[in-house]
Design a protein around this ligand. Structure first.
Ligand code: ADP
Length: 414
């Protein structure tokens, strides 16, 4: 049959990979947004509750000062909070003998200026949240500072971060596996349809060959019998055109499964010379100047027949889309690790908006001008397929009305 593992690999595996990548990317985006939101909310909550605690303790200490002009730390339930206080900063600092650990004098001074101050101080590993407030009591004013280490919160937050990261990563791995499975499942009907269509094209082309051969033989017979009969000539011409199309269709259908014979070495220079030589009569007939310049030897791994077909397609187009008096120049040369074959013509050129479509199957430029020139729009599709199979690239540059250059780039033998 016409379906083969090769088609699957080249057409469906990339599609399956793309679908999976999409699936995972979307999930990753959702997880990043959700994870970031969750982290920020939790962080906010934690830090807020620390601030609230600071303020509650500070309020209790302030109340003591206002009521009694003194602060009795042992009567404050401070928990993890450290309370420091000092009275009359401006008039000579008096530090109350309450241990005075973890005092942030910058914060004290700031509170002395503005009434209160809330800040985070210290470097990573020793961060503290500090709240200082200026209180006026009967015995004068005092600065009360309540602070607390933020390390437990930071530790919890970094654990949360690691958890989110590991969880997210596991989720993504799961999604990739699931996505791969689902993509395979959803592509299955497409693959079946593709295989059927493929088989149909190949079978139909094959079946068409015999009747075409019979028609051609009959038309040839008539035209030998009646050399002046214009209908017979017309039939012959059209039959040849149709045979060409059928061959091309068959080539496309088969092309999808054929594996390239890259074990052999082809001299592209020699191949180019040969292909150009075979086009000289046709070019002369159309009044075109066809020249060739090749390197000494230009070896690439590949299939000579297939590569010759590529050149024939490009030369055929160059001749077909050039007007009398035009020039076609073919060049084969080495460029680093590549072999480059360029077919340059001074023909009608290709409009910029069509340039990327010319490699599509059955795509033909401007309908009107192509109707007389007889192609089916398969030439470049086949050429590109053949070049791809050689791990090469077929590219086109063109200026409408001035001409086109097609470049075949192939990796050279090492
Ligand atoms: P076909 O020549 O049978 O129409 P191809 O696949 O070979 O099909 O080419 C596709 C289209 O690209 C052509 O219809 C034509 O419009 C354009 N084209 C290809 N080669 C040339 C060229 N050398 N100069 C101008 N147009 C070109």
């Amino acid at each position: 049959m016409h379906s083969a593992a090769g088609i699957e690999d080249r057409l469906f595996t990339p599609a399956r990979i793309r679908l999976t990548v999409w699936y995972v990317s979307v999930l990753a985006a959702v997880l990043i947004v959700l994870g970031t939101a969750l982290y920020l909310v939790v962080r906010n909550q934690l830090l807020n509750s620390v601030d609230n605690g600071l303020k509650v303790v500070a309020a209790r200490a302030s109340a003591q000062w206002v009521d009694s002009g003194t602060i009795r730390l042992d009567e404050l339930s401070t928990g993890p909070y450290v309370v420091n206080y000092t009275s009359a900063l401006q008039g000579g600092v008096t530090r109350e003998p309450n241990g005075m650990i973890h005092v942030d004098w910058d914060s004290m001074l700031a509170a002395d200026q503005s009434g209160h101050d809330l800040r985070t101080s210290g470097a990573s590993g020793d961060r503290r949240r500090v709240y200082s407030v200026l209180v006026n009591g009967v015995t004068g004013s005092a600065l009360i500072q309540v602070s607390r280490s933020l390390e437990p919160e930071h530790e919890a937050l970094s654990k949360l971060l690691v958890g989110l990261f590991v969880g997210g990563l596991l989720g993504l791995v799961g999604a990739a596996l699931g996505g791969w499975f689902l993509a395979g499942k959803s592509l299955r009907p497409v693959r079946v349809a593709f295989d059927r269509q493929h088989a149909f094209v190949a079978d139909a082309s094959h079946e068409l060959r015999t009747p075409l051969a019979v028609i051609r033989a009959n038309a040839e017979f008539i035209s030998t019998e009646q050399p002046e009969n214009p209908e017979a000539k017309e039939i012959l011409g059209e039959t040849d055109r149709l045979s060409g199309l059928v061959d091309a269709l068959l080539a496309v259908a088969r092309g999808d499964e054929a594996t390239p014979a890259l074990a052999l070495v082809v001299d592209v220079a020699e191949l180019t010379e040969g292909a150009v030589a075979s086009f000289q009569p046709l070019a002369a007939e159309k009044g075109l100047e066809l020249t060739v310049a090749t390197a000494e030897k230009l070896e690439v791994p590949g299939d000579a027949d297939q590569l010759r077909q590529v050149l024939v397609i490009l030369l055929d187009n160059a001749v077909r889309y050039s007007a009398e008096g035009g020039r076609i120049h073919v060049q084969a040369r080495a460029n680093g690790s590549s072999a480059l074959v360029t077919v340059h013509d001074t023909g009608i050129g290709i409009p910029a908006d069509q340039l990327e479509r010319i490699f599509e199957r059955f795509y033909r430029g401007d309908e009107a001008r192509n109707r007389q020139s007889g192609g089916a729009g398969l030439g470049l599709a086949i050429a590109q397929e053949l070049v791809n199979r050689h791990h090469g690239k077929l590219t086109a540059e063109s200026t409408e009305g001035a001409g086109s250059t097609f470049t075949v780039q192939l990796p050279r033998s090492t």
